[in-house]
Design a protein around this ligand. Structure first.
Ligand SMILES: Cc1cc2nc3c(=O)[nH]c(=O)nc-3n(C[C@H](O)[C@H](O)[C@H](O)COP(=O)(O)O)c2cc1C
Length: 188
């Protein structure tokens, strides 16, 4: 009898500011600006990457079968550090399910839509529904920016919790189907 392999779902914290509200301890988005000489979609073996930090990033992303992006909105877009981290790789992302949860003064939906398009370009299987968490007014945005404790416990974003749970279940369903074929390799 074989033991089923437990899939690993990584939560990617998409903010690197200090202080920040994006709740997390480990930040593994710690790369210099993109400095590979080859288009990552042409690299099939991570040993072909020129830079050691790219090989380390490749090994980290290769460990996981799906990703949840916790995403702040910056000036109607998503943080540059995230685009940089995404662009380093291609095949490591391709074919894997991605869930996007955005936050901001208006929920961060513009950033989520932009990220979705980029993740689709990386051939990720992005879940259609992207939960958006709206801060409770201007004071809350300022507090968030200062990295203050927003008290995000029971009673906060209750309506959104159900949506997040539902999309999370969709993510798990996609994982069951994890062997689905990866669409093309060429960037458009
Ligand atoms: C550079 C920058 C741009 C921002 N632009 C937006 C924005 O377009 N819409 C919004 O709702 N909030 C915006 N904010 C406020 C963020 O929602 C708030 O600062 C939040 O705490 C950012 O997440 P972080 O603390 O995890 O970085 C912006 C914040 C920063 C630092």
């Amino acid at each position: 009898m074989t033991t089923p392999k437990i899939p690993s779902i990584a939560i990617i914290i998409c903010s690197t500011r200090q202080p920040r509200v994006c709740p997390q301890v480990a930040s593994f988005l710690n790369l210099p600006m993109f400095d590979e000489s080859t288009i990552p979609s042409q690299i099939k073996d991570s040993s072909a990457y020129a830079q050691p930090h790219t090989r380390a990033w490749s090994a980290e992303i290769s460990k996981h079968q799906a990703f949840i992006f916790v995403l702040p909105q910056y000036n109607w877009g998503y943080p540059a550090v995230l685009k940089n981290a995404l662009d380093y790789l291609f095949h490591e992302w391709a074919g894997k399910p991605a869930m996007v949860v955005s936050y901001g003064g208006h929920g961060g939906g513009k950033a989520a839509e932009q990220l979705k398009q980029v993740l689709q370009g990386l051939r990720m299987r992005v879940l259609e529904s992207m939960p958006a968490l709206t801060f409770a007014g201007h004071d809350a945005v300022i507090a968030a920016t200062r990295g203050e404790d927003l008290g995000l416990g029971e009673g906060v974003w209750d309506g959104e919790r159900e949506g997040i749970r539902r999309v999370g279940e969709e993510l798990l369903e996609l994982l069951v189907d994890a062997d689905a074929a990866v669409g093309g390799v060429a960037n458009e």
